[in-house]
Design a protein around this ligand. Structure first.
Ligand SMILES: [Zn+2]
Length: 297
């Protein structure tokens, strides 16, 4: 596959970019081919080389391990999805995006609906649903591969954990913009480059995984990207996948685990347990994900 070196920031176009470090990938075909880069102006992080979007789409189409971890968990999820019908997909009525939608019904467009849980929820609520998805095994009513087949005038668009996978997120946001009603809302989530986990762990941050993730956004790069694509930001905040309740529960059990480690003379493990606890506490303060809500101008 042909890869192009990036010599400027893909979001703000600044040439003040520098290498954070080399990415050591567990994927055999990737290994150490990519560097983790950072833009000094907008604090966006990105991988040093990118394919073109057409070639990248092909990898998604066949579910290549280059873009999907290919872990047993992911393979099982895929198997279950293919086996089950649309009726068996579990909806997510408590998804946070419903806290920000005041209309009861309308037209909904989702980028990369994946296993379609949110998509199914909108469907059950009576919304007219359309989706844009490259992976071939996802065959559900309303889901298309080409944006040209998507109808205009949507009220709500969601791209949950999607933009970090694209070569050019600004271009995609512009295309989507033409599919939204004026005043319609877009909901986005993606990895947060200015989080503690990103800054401390660098390429060891679990979000850094070429060729699946290409971009890691800051609040500043988010603002620049959405401004360029014709949106006005309504909400932008960081959040964490760490659950406070689980963290407290695990912390209470920690002395028992440490005692076990001591008995096994596994001191390295004790060290890792403290690091993990420390990082999870930091993540609750400045989460490694961003959620963004914006309005079409
Ligand atoms: Zn930049």
């Amino acid at each position: 596959m042909k890869l192009e070196n990036l010599n400027q920031c893909p979001i703000c176009n600044s040439i003040k970019i520098f290498k954070v470090n080399n990415i050591k990938s567990k994927i055999k075909d990737v290994k150490d081919a990519f560097d983790l880069m950072k833009c000094q102006d907008c604090l966006h992080r990105f991988i040093s080389k990118i394919p073109n979007q057409i070639e990248l789409n092909k990898l998604y189409e066949i579910d290549s391990p280059l873009v999907f971890g290919g872990t047993n968990y992911e393979l099982n999820q895929k198997k279950n999805f293919i086996k089950n019908n649309f009726e068996n997909i579990e909806p997510q009525f408590n998804h946070w995006i419903f806290d920000y939608i005041d209309q009861n019904q309308g037209s909904y467009l989702e980028l990369g609906p994946g296993l379609c849980r949110l998509y199914k929820t909108f469907y059950l609520k009576g919304w007219k649903c359309q989706g844009l998805e490259q992976r071939s095994f996802i065959k559900i009513n309303g889901i298309k591969k080409d944006i040209k087949d998507i109808e205009n005038n949507n009220d709500v668009v969601a791209a949950i954990d999607v933009l970090e996978h694209l070569v050019d997120p600004i271009e995609m946001l512009k295309k989507i913009n033409s599919k939204i009603k004026k005043g319609g809302k877009i909901f986005l989530t993606y990895p947060h480059s200015e989080s503690f986990k990103s800054k401390i762990l660098k390429d060891r941050w679990s979000m850094v995984s070429p060729l699946a993730h290409i971009h890691y956004f800051s609040k500043k790069s988010t603002k620049i990207m959405l401004e360029k694509a014709g949106y006005k930001i309504l909400v932008i905040k960081d959040y964490s996948f760490v659950e406070l309740r689980r963290l407290i529960r695990n912390s209470i059990k920690l002395p028992i685990f440490i005692l076990k480690d001591i008995l096994k003379l596994n001191f390295k493990n004790i060290y890792y347990r403290f690091i993990e606890l420390f990082l999870n506490i930091l993540d609750l303060i400045n989460g490694d994900q961003l959620k963004v809500i914006a309005k079409k101008k």
